[in-house]
Design a protein around this ligand. Structure first.
Ligand code: PHE
Length: 447
């Protein structure tokens, strides 16, 4: 135990931590964005490059965040403050806490609310409407009704707060231990259904056919930024989760598991989506359109479609809520570590603030409010993912690589107990390769 922090909560088990961190990583991004990116950017060729990037740069940054979090045993703001002793570096902790936890959660939970609505709708009259080709109208009607969207958003936030209120072991870990295995199980059921549909092969062909000519520069940048978002990096999340890891755990192998599960979930999602979409003769698209508009149309044409549709949205709900918990834990830990609040007080106060901030996003798809010419939800997404996240990720790498390296290496080797063979390579990636690569993505994303 590090001295002086004997009361800090810990994950109950190694697998509990791995499932919680994977729960954070596996989210809406894996299911609605990743498969489409693979399909459009060269199939299997893109997949190989993506895996290489996450296994090198992504895993490196995750290991850096784990080392910082476990060493300092604090939420990001106090962790950066104590590790650096300067206000300047502490700003990086603030960027993660405000940019990640506050801003992302405020709109992520709105989309989480949509998944709840679609579970209910699947079992009610979504299927008959979708079979008539009306799923776009159903979606537009729903997101255009602020009262209903807000009601589901509140329900989703209440669940997130309720789980995090339970604490690390009894709240987040317990929930992830139930939800993550179920998520993979549902995925397997849906894959079995999708690949046995007539014409499924065409979908597999679109998804996986290697086409090296499509492996362009922008495609590589896409792969890298998707990798960061997908692994929940650059937002202080992994710093926070790692602050509850026991001292004896070996960090590099935990990283390997989380990267593996996250990539597996993303890959499997494509095996559900493309065979199903192609077999029904529909067009693949990405984002909201695919998940909430095209897929209900696909399910509606299958026997027992309502069951597969409900299962799919349960899967999406699990993916979303296990990510929301991690976003929320960053702020709750901030209240506890920096402001010395109890977990209860912190969860309730932060829950109310984030809910208030989410209301404009929830209402915004009905036409207003707008910000920078976009609906409020998209504006929040842009601000957090295109600006705050990459900046915070670059600065975290620079800090860990240049200011914290000895302490990080000591933490990674468990104070000399293990020899991590890739330590030298790790250090150079986090010092130079990762900041430069993320810097290029950041620049290209803005200009
Ligand atoms: N990693 C999640 C996904 O793939 C997204 C996420 C980002 C979750 C940031 C939490 C925090 O969807």
């Amino acid at each position: 135990m590090s001295d002086g922090h004997n009361e800090r909560e810990n994950w109950g088990s190694r697998i509990g931590f791995i499932l919680a961190a994977s729960g954070s990583a596996i989210g809406l991004g894996n299911i609605w964005r990743f498969p489409y990116m693979v399909g459009m950017n060269g199939g299997a060729a893109f997949l190989v490059v993506y895996l290489l990037l996450v296994a090198t740069i992504g895993a490196t940054v995750m290991l850096g965040e784990f080392a910082l979090g476990r060493r300092m045993r604090k939420a990001p703001v106090p962790a950066f403050w104590q590790a650096s002793g300067t206000h300047t570096w502490t700003l990086v902790g603030w960027m993660g806490t405000i940019g990640g936890s506050f801003i992302i959660l405020s709109y992520y939970a709105v989309i989480g609310g949509w998944t709840l609505k679609y579970i209910v709708a699947s079992l009610q009259d979504l299927m008959p409407q979708a079979v008539e080709g009306q799923s776009r109208d159903v979606f537009n009607h729903f997101v255009g009704s602020p009262t209903e969207v807000i009601a589901y958003f509140l329900a989703f936030m209440a669940m997130t707060v309720g789980i995090v209120l339970g604490g690390i072991g009894k709240g987040i870990e317990r929930a992830c231990k139930v939800m993550m295995p179920l998520l993979f199980l549902i995925m397997l059921v849906l894959i079995a259904r999708a690949v046995t549909l007539p014409g499924a092969l065409q979908g597999l062909d679109f998804y996986l056919r290697p086409d090296f000519s499509k492996l362009t520069w922008p495609a590589l940048l896409d792969a890298l930024s998707q990798g960061f978002f997908s692994l929940s990096l650059g937002m202080g999340i992994m710093v926070t989760y790692a602050s509850y890891i026991r001292d004896e755990e070996h960090l590099p192998s935990s990283v390997a598991y989380v990267v593996f599960y996250d990539s597996l979930a993303a890959f499997l999602a494509g095996l559900v989506i493309f065979p199903a979409v192609f077999s029904m003769g529909l067009e693949p698209t990405q984002g909201v359109g695919l998940t909430f508009i095209v897929l209900p149309g696909v399910f509606a044409r299958m026997p027992h479609g309502e069951i597969f549709s409900a299962l799919f949205f349960v899967l999406l709900f699990f993916a979303a809520i296990t990510s929301s918990m991690s976003l929320f834990e960053v702020t709750v830990a901030h209240g506890m570590d920096d402001l010395k609040w109890s977990r209860r007080k912190s969860s309730l106060v932060m829950g109310v603030i984030i809910t208030l901030l989410g209301l404009p996003s929830a209402a915004s798809l009905s036409g207003s409010p707008k910000l920078w010419g976009m609906d409020f939800l998209s504006a929040m997404d842009f601000l957090s993912n295109h600006i705050i996240l990459p900046l915070c990720a670059i600065l975290t790498c620079i800090f860990v690589g240049w200011r914290f390296l000895d302490r990080a290496e000591d933490e990674i080797s468990n104070h000399g107990t293990y020899r991590f063979k890739l330590l030298r390579a790790w250090a150079w990636i986090i010092r130079i390769v990762a900041p430069v690569a993320i810097g290029i993505v950041f620049y290209k994303g803005l200009f």
